[in-house]
Design a protein around this ligand. Structure first.
Ligand code: SF4
Ligand code: SF4
Length: 425
């Protein structure tokens, strides 16, 4: 990696803590990703992106800002990136998946809070995330209780946060509220960027984000093959990179990978040790970089991870915005419609998600579901009961794993996952 110290310094990064964070990634990445056998060659691009996680892309963001562009950071797949792009902005995901910064975060947040929220605070408060430090606007959202309360504190004590109000119920009133929020967000983006969002720009942005989601759908569909031509870990890292990479380049690289995977399918080449490895879906809370603990355990226990029912997975790319919808107003409505299909467990009632889990389990010919709950995440933990019942009815085994970002429980999780994999084999 080139020397980016000057750039990090100019962003106010705490270099010592940052070195510690960056230094921890290569050995873990080597073990979890690079040591896999028979990886597709096209994964080399995504490996490079991870190795350059705080380098090349951050440099690109600075170049974009130097040309008058904005950078918008968000924590939820509900924030419409089409609107950010139409205002000449770039969107980056700020969810974090490491314990670095927890000490700082726990000075102002309770210890017993979801690690995803604590990690986002910790990264900002310890000044170790150049994505955070590059943002002109931070967008929070009223989804779960932890987030909606945490953004108040972040806004008051850490950094200004613009918060979108996400309805809790998908009723007519909920839809009206959400459309109004989407319109307000468009106004906010125009204010921040100083650029008017015009119909043709919005249409182009919608097409671009749709292309990104189409590429991810293509990848996901290839994993339906038995055996899957790519490991779950490799697919997951691509789903994670989707939140911050340059869109046109990312789309091209995912499609190049898919070409290679189609060739593998023709040659009957698999990413699995044996074609009969049980097929597993991970369902639940997002898994963000570098929280790769559970997928690694699942695959090193002999299962093939073929689907993620999560925001770092299907929930991010399943639905598209209607294209060529005319005026800005009509396009905003199409955006609002698409985003309201996201079946986060924060909604009530949420039968949609239960039905989608069963549908995905059938489509991907899943032998067992691993239900992933981040510690202290009430929405996903409580919704488990309904998921379990629906899967039981279909005869699909499910194992619930509640965990955090620490490694202390890895041995215990591995024992449970191994027993589960043996049971579904
Ligand atoms: S799980 Fe819910 S709150 Fe979290 S990113 Fe997804 S939609 Fe947003
Ligand atoms: S994982 Fe759960 S508690 Fe954490 S931010 Fe997402 S919805 Fe909220």
């Amino acid at each position: 990696m080139a020397d980016y110290c000057k750039m990090w310094e100019s962003l106010g990064i705490n270099l010592e803590a940052h070195d510690q964070l960056l230094g921890s990634i290569p050995p873990v990445y080597q073990q979890i990703f690079l040591d896999q056998e028979n990886r597709p060659q096209a994964m080399s691009y995504f490996d490079m992106v991870v190795m350059e996680i705080h380098g090349l892309r951050i440099q690109e963001l600075q170049e974009h800002k130097a040309k008058g562009g904005t950078v918008v950071g968000s924590f939820c797949v509900y924030v419409p990136e089409e609107i950010v792009l139409a205002a000449g902005g770039l969107n980056v995901g700020l969810c974090a998946g490491a314990e670095i910064g927890f000490d700082e975060a726990e000075k102002i947040l309770p210890r017993n809070l979801c690690p995803l929220i604590k990690s986002a605070f910790g990264f900002k408060m310890s000044r170790v995330c150049p994505y955070f430090e590059s943002c002109n606007l931070i967008v929070g959202e009223n989804t779960c209780d932890g987030k909606k309360k945490a953004w108040e504190i972040m806004n008051e004590e850490v950094v200004p946060v613009y918060t979108m109000d996400i309805p809790q119920v998908k009723s007519e009133k909920g839809k009206e509220l959400w459309l109004d929020e989407v319109k307000k967000f468009k106004n906010k983006m125009e204010e921040i960027s100083g650029k008017e969002i015009e119909a043709d720009k919005l249409n182009k942005s919608i097409k671009l984000v749709n292309d990104k989601r189409r590429a991810l759908q293509r990848l996901s569909n290839l994993r339906k093959n038995k055996p899957s031509p790519i490991s779950g870990r490799d697919a997951l890292i691509i789903e994670e990179i989707a939140f911050y990479d340059d869109n046109p380049r990312f789309i091209e690289k995912v499609n190049v990978l898919c070409d290679e995977l189609e060739e593998r399918i023709r040659k009957n080449e698999s990413a699995q040790k044996t074609a009969s490895s049980p097929r597993v879906m991970i369902s639940g809370c997002p898994m963000v970089v570098p929280n790769w603990k559970l997928p690694f355990i699942v695959e090193s226990s002999g299962a093939s991870l073929v689907c993620e029912e999560s925001c770092t997975g299907q929930r991010y790319f399943e639905d598209l915005v209607v294209e060529d919808n005319g005026s800005v107003g009509a396009q905003l409505e199409a955006i609002a419609d698409r985003y309201l299909k996201i079946d986060c467990s924060c909604f009530t009632p949420n039968q949609e998600r239960i039905d989608n889990i069963v549908r995905l389990a059938k489509e991907f010919e899943i032998d067992g579901v691993i239900y992933h709950v981040l510690q202290f995440c009430d929405p996903y933990a409580v919704e488990y009961r309904r998921v379990e019942k629906a899967l039981e009815k279909e005869g699909i085994p499910v194992l619930k794993i509640e965990t955090d970002y620490g490694q202390e429980d890895s041995g215990q999780i591995k024992t449970r996952v191994e027993a589960f994999v043996e049971m579904i084999s």
